[in-house]
Design a protein around this ligand. Structure first.
Ligand code: SF4
Ligand code: SF4
Length: 167
């Protein structure tokens, strides 16, 4: 059994421990729920093997004592979630699949789409500058962009004029 990757929908946040969210149901010592929101560990699955503490380059996990829990007496606690650099080492190496990272919750999914939406704009300006430098910089015959002969001192506000012949 692995951590429910939809736990944020399927479980209820019942409180916090040292600023880290606790997702129920919780009924100590046997049922401890999930700790964390972006870097989350299901304490009812965690075996306390310590792999995540070893592999995390940010050393954001800490041990927490969980006496009386059926799977282990200590659990990995994602004490400093915000330090996560999303290397996914802990998720990939956790033998119990007790931990999970939430890229979408970290805004990565949004960033992914923002990146793709931004790309055409970036390409537009990139190619505009190539055209602009060729036209305004007056490089010598057969010379490239690095060989402009005139100081190009106008900005991107005129770029639309350069694209006019291509539109
Ligand atoms: S993804 Fe990397 S940085 Fe983030 S908690 Fe896991 S091991 Fe640490
Ligand atoms: S690697 Fe997985 S099972 Fe081991 S301590 Fe970390 S969360 Fe628990």
């Amino acid at each position: 059994m692995s951590i429910d990757s939809d736990f944020q929908k399927n479980r209820k946040k019942i409180g916090k421990e040292e600023g880290v969210a606790i997702w129920g149901p919780v009924s100590p010592p046997e049922k401890l729920g999930i700790r964390g929101t972006y870097v989350a560990v299901d304490w009812d699955i965690c075996t306390g093997c310590g792999v995540c503490l070893k592999v995390c380059p940010q050393q954001l996990y800490e041990w927490m004592e969980t006496s009386g829990h059926p799977t282990s007496e200590k659990k990995a606690f994602p004490a400093r979630e915000s330090d996560c650099v999303q290397c996914y080492e802990c998720e990939a190496k956790c033998p119990a699949q007790a931990g999970v990272l939430f890229g979408p919750s970290l805004g990565l999914q949004t960033l992914f789409y923002v990146g793709w939406l931004t790309l055409p704009v970036a390409l537009f300006f990139f190619f505009s500058l190539i055209i602009y430098f060729r036209k305004e910089g007056k490089p010598g015959e057969g010379k490239g962009l690095m060989n402009t002969t005139v100081l190009v001192d106008s900005g991107t506000s005129d770029i639309h004029k350069l694209w006019a012949p291509y539109c």
